[in-house]
Write a protein that binds this ligand. Structure first.
Ligand SMILES: Cc1ncc(C[n+]2csc(CCOP(=O)(O)OP(=O)(O)O)c2C)c(N)n1
Ligand code: SF4
Length: 340
């Protein structure tokens, strides 16, 4: 008699490889690694069907620590390799891990294309506003005035906001989380994995060695409630330690403003609802910065569109349905020359 046995449910530790994790003690990357492993176990992911692709940097060591397939590729090129993996086998669950330098300096062009093409991969950008691996040079997300070995007098570059960049590339899923907020990250990872198409996730990550406390003004416990807003589709954009602050469209202007419910005639009815399918609202939310505005966290934008590998598959099947071609005939057709 054949007895069907349910496969044992995997735990987070089943997604951890036997490699010694070699980030600096206290690095935010540890918490993200744990959150990914927990989320994969909870989602019932299969290690044999999961691939982590990375470029170069501290963040890019990620695939070594996962008991899944992995590919530590070259600087900035993880999106190109991940696109190839997904096209070769669309059934694979493909994740990309990248730093702000890897994704937005040398790899900016490649990130653009994986997002605009809407390849079904989850792109995790660990943003520590610095080049960690190469010992702390400034990056495209570093603030103006940031002192580093390559900007001894302070950076004069205007920084790029990662989520604004992603929206500009026409990404159909844009989310933001913080390394130490495991529960929120887990929720975002699940939403990102469920989304068919490119899912862009910015993770605020503390580099304790070269840029410690770069985000403390909104990640510190004492400041968090008044400087973070966790957006939820269909719910009002309310935040604050007392739950009485909210976002509304500033009267007479096309911009958001923070108001306090109960002050100046403001009621809860004045506060906007979060609509994750609204691209314009997403653009306004991702660009908010403290101290004037809170930092938007959670799934900020999600409006699915057909994914790239599905369209490629369709074209390949359509071509195949016309019958097998003949390469020799093709090469000898049209304008040909005989070189003597
Ligand atoms: C072609 C090439 N150019 C430059 C480098 C040097 N390099 C290695 S990692 C890196 C940037 C790392 O910063 P980031 O992507 O933000 O990741 P982090 O180390 O902070 O996680 C640079 C410039 C390289 N390895 N290859
Ligand atoms: S240099 Fe920074 S980002 Fe790299 S492992 Fe150390 S703490 Fe983490």
């Amino acid at each position: 008699m054949n007895v069907q046995v349910e496969p044992a449910k995997l735990k987070a530790k089943d997604f951890a490889s036997d490699q010694e994790v070699r980030w600096c003690p206290g690095c935010g990357d540890y918490a993200i690694l744990k959150a990914v492993q927990v989320a994969l176990a909870e989602m019932g992911a299969e290690p044999d069907n999961t691939v982590f692709v990375s470029g170069i940097g501290c963040a890019a060591r990620f695939p070594y620590y996962m008991a899944t397939y992995g590919f530590h590729t070259i600087h900035g090129r993880a999106p190109a390799v991940a696109t190839g993996v997904k096209l070769a086998n669309p059934d694979l669950d493909v994740w990309v891990v990248s730093g702000d330098g890897d994704a937005l300096s040398i790899g900016g062009n490649h990130l653009l294309h994986v997002l605009r093409r809407n390849v079904d991969v989850q792109f995790l950008l660990f943003n520590n506003e610095i080049y960690g691996l190469t010992k702390g040079q400034y990056s495209p997300t570093s603030k103006v005035g940031q002192k580093s070995p390559s900007t001894p007098q302070g950076s004069i570059d205007a920084p790029v906001d990662a989520c604004t960049f992603a929206l500009g590339c026409n990404a159909r899923f844009v989310a933001r989380g913080i390394d130490i907020q495991a529960k929120n990250l887990g929720h975002i990872f699940k939403r990102a994995r469920d989304h068919k198409g490119a899912s862009f996730v910015e993770i605020i990550q503390n580099c304790i060695v070269f840029n410690d406390n770069a985000f403390a003004h909104f990640t510190e416990k004492s400041a968090a409630e008044d400087t973070q807003i966790h957006v939820v589709h269909g719910e009002r954009l309310i935040f604050g330690a007392e739950g009485n602050k909210g976002l509304r469209i500033k009267p007479g202007a096309f911009e958001l403003e923070v108001v306090t419910i109960g002050e100046g005639g403001v009621t809860e009815q004045d506060i906007l609802f979060h609509d994750e399918t609204n691209r314009v609202l997403a653009g306004l939310l991702v660009s908010m910065k403290p101290p004037e505005m809170p930092v938007a966290l959670g799934v900020i934008y999600c409006d699915p569109a057909p994914s790239y590998e599905a369209a490629v598959r369709e074209q390949v099947e359509a071509a195949k349905s016309k019958g097998l071609g003949d390469l020799d005939v093709l090469l000898r057709s049209g304008n040909t020359w005989t070189v003597t």
